[in-house]
Design a protein around this ligand. Sequence first.
Ligand SMILES: Cc1cc2nc3c(=O)[nH]c(=O)nc-3n(C[C@H](O)[C@H](O)[C@H](O)COP(=O)(O)OP(=O)(O)OC[C@H]3O[C@@H](n4cnc5c(N)ncnc54)[C@H](O)[C@@H]3O)c2cc1C
Length: 384
Amino acid sequence: MYDVLILGAGASGLMCVSELATCKDLKVGMIDANLHIGAKIKISGGGKCNITNTKVSEDNYLGDEKFVSSVLSRFTKDELLEFLQVNSLKPVIRKNRYYFCEKSSDEIISIFKRLTKNVSYFLGEDILHVEKKDDLFFIKTSKKTYSTRNLVVATGGVSYKTLGASDIGLKIASGFGIEVTDFTPALVGLTLQKDQFWMKELSGISAEVEIEVDGKRLSEEMLFAHRGISGPVVLSASLYWKKGNMYINFLPAQNINNLIKNSKKNISSVLNLPKRLSKGLLEALHVEDKPCNRLSKDELQNLQAVHKYAFSPAGNFGFTKAEVSRGGVRTDELDTDSMMSKKVKRLYFIGEVVDVTGELGGYNFQWAFSSGVVCSRHIKNKIF
Ligand SMILES: Cc1cc2nc3c(=O)[nH]c(=O)nc-3n(C[C@H](O)[C@H](O)[C@H](O)COP(=O)(O)OP(=O)(O)OC[C@H]3O[C@@H](n4cnc5c(N)ncnc54)[C@H](O)[C@@H]3O)c2cc1C
């Protein structure tokens, strides 16, 4: 029998168990389907793990703002950076905002391995079912049944099934009558409707754009892909998009009217965009590529859409490509001080399995780590 069992050896579970492992008297165990811990950390950020961001606030998340802000304030990005520093990991900052491991994600995984030496790992076991009898939780896996006094569900979302992902977290919650929101793919590329098929011709091209979606303005690189659009700004926009239009500003740092004013050059060469993109965009806007001073009134009018191009995605690239799953255990079911279920005492949910999803840029690991620490601190304080 365990004092605490953690289901899922991903980012949130590992941070939680690292904190718990500091209490030598606690009998702590961790179960995961994978044979190695931190499978998603390993491949994240192109193998270098974008750990967190220089600016982190509830505005970077889809979820209940108060809940998110409360959890993030209990283990901030500065505390996370301090934790990394104490454990000799010096992250590098990219693009002035993203914290990455310098060489490889293994730098952070090895911290967790070191801190959890006295934790019992049960790897290569599928979690099948959980029930509670009297005061104990019983966890049935593909190999055996475990019992524990405190149960932490850190089983993440359903994207990237090849890395052990499953919806067991939602099944466990639902089994206890805890309300959940179904998972949908997020941080994912978007597919095109017929009238935007012109973008298909641009596969491989990228541009710095601004996207406005559901009241949010996001700026970063957009990438044209074979199936649609992708790249950092599109992935973040996918988080907030449900249906209808989003708006792309292809020239966020310039004003189209200033660019064409008094110019005799062809319009495609004054737009500061890759040539193929300029040409495709002009065609889509029904603007002939001719000298700027010869544009008709209608063309001048149509050209304004370079700042607000209405884009209505057909859908997205799906769970196999999505970096995260939107949805999860509803936050009004959880206590913000502990991540414990309000309905079931000593049952906790942390990380991506909770209905809080961050934008691209290290926000999802920050959430996983913050919620993991909030949970472990509560368990430690309660037991000792
Ligand atoms: C390609 C990719 C790149 C990413 N890059 C970044 C990045 O750079 N920065 C960032 O902030 N976020 C990134 N993310 C998102 C981030 O990885 C997740 O949000 C984060 O890992 C969530 O942590 P978690 O602990 O909640 O879940 P996970 O890390 O997914 O861990 C859940 C664990 O539970 C286990 N599990 C699930 N079901 C079962 C079951 N039935 N039986 C046994 N075990 C089970 C899984 O095997 C897994 O190990 C990326 C995601 C992907 C897919």
